[in-house]
Design a protein around this ligand. Structure first.
Ligand SMILES: Nc1ncnc2c1ncn2[C@@H]1O[C@H](COP(=O)(O)OP(=O)(O)O)[C@@H](O)[C@H]1O
Ligand SMILES: [Mg+2]
Length: 495
């Protein structure tokens, strides 16, 4: 389904700023639908040639009330409506004023009351908000009358471009709804009426005084945003807490008449349960974080133990082995560090790559200066893949830095050692190529019979754990020389 912005661009000649205004209107108009117990449609003029004198409209938005059944079962967004079917809409575009009348709705089979409200922006009527009023259940109750009068005031504001507000932080999901509770304040901040739900919310805050005719402040409740809304005419939200257990959200919508604030609609929502749930979730998250922290500390302890032991051993072979073990633990720690920052099923692998390169540069002492260049990226990978792949890459990068440039000795100054890591994810595979411009593999080298530990680990990780393939070959002089290692690993979840 096309979005409002797409429809407006394709079918109308409305400016970007106007479309923005309409987007803000539709982001907050569920309030209007609920206050009026009505279906709402937003129609704009189609910018296409029509038969003489006719006018076509495109439906840019549709909103159903939450507190009544809808009159419109169909999704009308994106449909074209003619001025013949909607003469009242046309009248609004022509006259610039609100038009009230009746329209026949097919599904209902009878005519229903309709309001056509001009939506003004930059002193022009840019769209029409159509309100299709459902059947009333008997005479309107006191609350219904109050809701409708607020709706009417908001319609006037839509007509002179004071609603929706420029501040868009008051619209959207999670905002209080009409059904949650409403307090209507007059221009002095005195309560005109409060719905039963709103009264309950006040009780939870410990306020039992009768509200009518008094300001919230006089009742002993200080809500800063209410005062701000009254004084400056800006919409705002604030959560008022009472102890650990009670949290009430106040959402203020100022009402204007000819540029003067004449009242504030305060939508009130009891969010105590939500907050308590949040607290439980937060506690659990804190526990997970703590575990991650301990694992990280333990890995650090292991690597410093290995380092200490390496320093103490006199035999060069033992020392090298211990140093290598330490490097391997550190590459696991690097992955763990990134994984623990964003607990989840997936991880942005490129952050890991960055840390791995630093690690290799930091721990591998080559006789020859070597530059590591990373091209491309692997993007997001599943966390089960991340650790084995990272350890394998660390091993291969280390080998390139360590072995590729042995014997270059004298030519040190002319030859710049470069190790390139090319990364790409395509068609369900993560592909990593490590190449160097060094001396290449020894003629008798075979990946299938490594007796050395490093490549045995890599083989096991890539083939057994990651279900992937690895190839290693020397490059000819024409190809730039050196060694090319290619690792291909499927990214989909394995058994
Ligand atoms: N990029 C490379 N260039 C040249 N030789 C390499 C390269 N990578 C690996 N080798 C060779 O493969 C051997 C085995 O590597 P590995 O299993 O990691 O053991 P180690 O690094 O401990 O020697 C190395 O000793 C080296 O001779
Ligand atoms: Mg090695």
């Amino acid at each position: 389904m096309a979005t409002l912005a797409e429809l407006a661009t394709l079918r109308t000649d409305l400016s970007d700023a106007t479309v923005d205004h309409l987007l803000r209107l539709t982001a907050s108009w569920s309030l209007l639908a609920d206050l009026s117990f009505s279906d709402l449609l937003l129609m704009a003029r189609v910018d296409e040639p029509t038969n003489r004198g006719a006018m076509n409209f495109v439906v840019l938005g549709q909103m159903r009330p939450n507190n009544r059944s809808t009159l419109l079962n169909d999704d009308l967004v994106g449909t074209t409506q003619t001025s013949d079917a909607w003469p009242l809409v046309r009248l609004v575009f022509d006259s610039g004023t609100r038009v009230v009348g009746e329209v026949t709705v097919e599904k209902v089979g009878e005519s229903v009351p309709v309001w056509c409200v001009p939506v003004r922006f930059d002193s022009k009527v840019v769209a029409v908000m159509v309100r299709l009023q459902g059947p009333l259940r008997g005479p309107a109750s006191l609350y219904e009358q109050a809701y409708l009068s607020i709706f009417e005031r908001l319609c006037s504001m839509v007509g002179d471009a004071t609603f929706p507000f420029r501040e868009d932080d008051v619209a959207g999901p999670g905002m209080p709804r009409v059904g949650d509770g409403i307090i209507l304040l007059d221009g002095l901040g005195e309560v005109e009426f409060a719905t039963p739900n709103a009264t309950n919310a006040l009780h939870r805050l410990g306020i039992y005084a009768s509200a009518e005719g008094r300001t919230l402040r006089a009742m002993g409740l200080r809500v800063r945003v209410v005062e701000r809304s009254l004084e400056f005419g800006i919409p705002a939200m604030e959560e008022v807490d009472r102890g650990q257990d009670v949290a009430i959200l106040f959402h203020c919508v100022p009402l204007f008449d000819h540029g003067v604030v004449t009242g504030v609609v305060v939508l009130v929502r009891d969010v105590s349960d939500l907050r308590q749930l949040n607290r439980v979730v937060l506690n659990r998250e804190a526990a997970v974080r703590e575990v991650h922290h301990r694992v990280k500390n333990n890995l650090q302890t292991i690597s410093s133990l290995l380092r200490l032991q390496a320093r103490r051993s006199d035999e060069i072979e033992t020392r090298t082995a211990l140093q290598e073990a330490e490097r391997r633990v550190r590459s696991i720690a690097v992955v763990h560090e990134v994984l623990s920052r964003e607990p989840g099923e997936e991880v942005v692998f490129d952050e890991i790559v960055r840390s791995l390169v630093l690690l290799v540069e930091d721990t591998v002492l080559a006789l020859h200066p070597v530059e590591i260049v990373v091209n491309g990226e692997l993007g997001v990978l599943s966390t089960d893949l991340a650790t084995p792949l990272a350890v394998a890459l660390a091993e291969l990068l280390t080998n390139a830095v360590e072995h590729a440039f042995v014997g270059f000795g004298g030519a040190l100054n002319e030859h710049v050692g470069v190790v390139t890591l090319n990364l790409v994810q395509e068609e369900g595979y993560a592909i990593a190529e490590i190449r160097d411009n060094g001396r290449g593999l020894r003629p008798d080298f075979s990946l299938e019979v490594p007796t050395s530990l490093g490549l045995s680990i890599v083989r096991d990780l890539v083939r057994t754990q990651l279900n992937g393939t690895i190839t290693m070959k020397s490059m000819s002089y024409a190809e730039g020389g050196g060694t090319l290692v290619r690792v291909v690993v499927p990214t989909s979840v394995r058994d």
